[in-house]
Design a protein around this ligand. Structure first.
Ligand code: GDG
Length: 491
């Protein structure tokens, strides 16, 4: 067992690839830690503060070795990565093997043994660091696909801990997952957890099926029986002891009230009007907001919109498509190629259809502050989410949360996890370009009464099921599996 006599240990530890703070250097050359306020951070901060929590993760810069420190009531425990590990473990195995494999092989996954070795080594470092800061009998919650081996490694180091894992991205069907040369190791890695959370029920059943077929363990939904080598058991019982692992969906959400309160700010509402004016006041503003990623179906939505213009069903005075494509994974080749393709398409469509006063696609390869995102959501009559595969898609939920006017139409891909909950959206198959075009036209001409009915139903869902509820449910499941684990689930 790892030495836990370290000066300070914590009853609640969150482990994720990236820390909730970014390491930056200001103009005087001084180091600064900037808070990065994602949904996960917002959800877990109160739980962490009331439970003396520590967050284990990478600071986002290679070759940076920093001691743990306190930031805003949370202890930050940085894990160092070398430049070569960033390339092999992060850009390579995480983003060019697992990411495409888990998203229906939309882009072909690359399998390199040296990337896998780096993934194992880095996962071990995360597990060791977590083991060294977790208090006796504490709770450790591991996040996402970059760290799938951590639960097993951590359990071996610290059997006293209660371990949770949450997978933010889809878990692929057996036929696709089976491609992975290290498939058994990944399944065993995850099964080190007491509770494994997924976005959709389908993800949980894909996982259980892979465990049954590839490891031969028995499963009774939502439980998986993992055989344990119990040396202390009588000889006749050896090999018969099992540990029950809960694998089920816990759909993630957003801090809905926070998004809504931003949308009520007069300066942000004024900015929304300004955005529409800047676009030449088209009758309909259609919006897409995504990381520039091949999973998001940005090309499909541009194809549909471009065809509506070329068919003459729409003109640029009728409708403008605003596409925010925030920069992402820019050193991975598939992302560079995608950016070129998208920018070529935007150039062609604008070249063919834009006028001196109206653009067809207003394209922005930028990251914006949250306030600007809210203004964009308020300015948009139609939100277009056409992901080809997406764990959840928080953009869809954010759009709904800001529409306190009960107006606006959400077009949502059935391949996004959010489609399980947001049934009152206009659901589409983004591969069906004809269907997508018809759905855009249907949204444009939808009577206000129908828009309001749908938006009301969507809002109920998103406001009731916010991210605080998500984390509380997950932590409650951990508490149920191992009663007496020492953190309070509800912040
Ligand atoms: C993964 C899974 C799952 C985007 N551009 C800007 C900006 N964003 C914010 C959005 C939203 C977030 O980034 C994107 O979240 P998504 O859920 O849409 O997608 P992924 O990044 O792929 O996230 C996904 C999620 O994990 C959570 O489990 O839903 O399926 O793939 O919050 O608002 N935010 C700001 N400026 C931008 O330009 N401020």
């Amino acid at each position: 067992m790892t030495d836990t006599s370290d000066p300070k240990t914590y009853p609640f530890v969150v482990v994720s690839n990236r820390l909730p703070v970014d390491h930056t250097i200001d103009e005087n050359g001084d180091v600064k830690w900037e808070h990065s306020p994602g949904g996960l951070v917002t959800a877990l901060e109160p739980v962490m503060r009331s439970n003396e929590g520590a967050w284990v993760g990478w600071a986002g810069q290679p070759d940076l070795d920093v001691d743990p420190f306190e930031n805003d009531g949370i202890t930050i425990v940085p894990v160092p990565l070398s430049a070569e590990e960033v390339q092999r473990y992060y850009e390579g195995f995480s983003n060019d093997t697992l990411w495409p494999l888990y998203h229906d092989v939309i882009s072909p996954p690359t399998y390199h043994r040296v990337w896998w070795e780096a993934y194992v080594a880095v996962n071990r470092r995360f597990a060791e660091k977590s083991a060294s800061v977790a208090a006796e009998g504490g709770v450790v919650w591991v996040q996402d696909y970059q760290l799938q081996l951590v639960p097993k490694m951590l359990r071996e180091l610290r059997p006293d801990l209660t371990i949770g894992f949450f997978d933010h991205i889809p878990f692929p069907p057996l036929g696709i997952f089976s491609q992975l040369p290290w498939r058994e190791a990944i399944l065993e890695g995850l099964l080190g957890a007491d509770v494994i959370g997924f976005q959709r029920a389908d993800d949980a059943s894909n996982f259980s099926r892979a465990v049954r077929h590839l490891l031969g363990y028995s499963t009774t939904r939502p439980y998986i029986e993992v055989p344990v080598d119990d040396e202390s058991a009588p000889r006749s019982r050896r090999g018969k002891t099992v540990r029950r692992v809960l694998a089920k969906q816990f759909p993630i959400s957003i801090d809905s009230a926070d998004w809504e309160s931003l949308s009520r700010r007069p300066d942000i509402q004024a900015r929304a009007r300004e955005i529409r004016e800047g676009l030449g006041n088209p009758k309909t503003v259609i919006l897409g907001v995504d990381r520039l990623d091949y999973t998001k179906g940005i090309r499909h939505r541009m194809k549909a919109f471009g065809e509506l213009l070329s068919d003459g069903r729409l003109s640029v005075e009728d409708a403008t498509l605003v596409q925010v494509a925030s920069p992402s994974r820019e050193r991975v080749e598939a992302y560079m190629a995608l950016r070129d393709e998208i920018e070529l398409t935007v150039g062609r469509i604008n070249g063919d259809y834009a006028t001196m006063s109206h653009t067809a696609i207003s394209y922005h390869h930028h990251g914006y502050p949250r306030e600007e995102m809210v203004a964009l959501y308020l300015a948009a009559d139609i939100m277009l989410v056409t992901a080809l595969r997406d764990g959840m898609n928080l953009v869809a939920k954010e759009y709904v949360a800001v529409r306190h006017d009960n107006d606006g139409v959400l077009i949502l891909s059935e391949f996004a996890g959010a489609a399980d909950e947001l049934r009152s959206a206009l659901l589409v198959n983004p591969h069906d370009i004809g269907g997508l075009k018809n759905t855009i036209m249907r949204a444009i001409s939808m009577p206000k009464r129908d828009r309001v009915t749908r938006m009301r139903a969507l809002r109920r869902r998103v406001l009731d099921n916010d991210v605080a509820r998500w984390s509380a449910k997950f932590l409650q499941a951990l508490e149920d599996v191992r009663p007496g684990s020492s953190i309070s689930a509800i912040a």
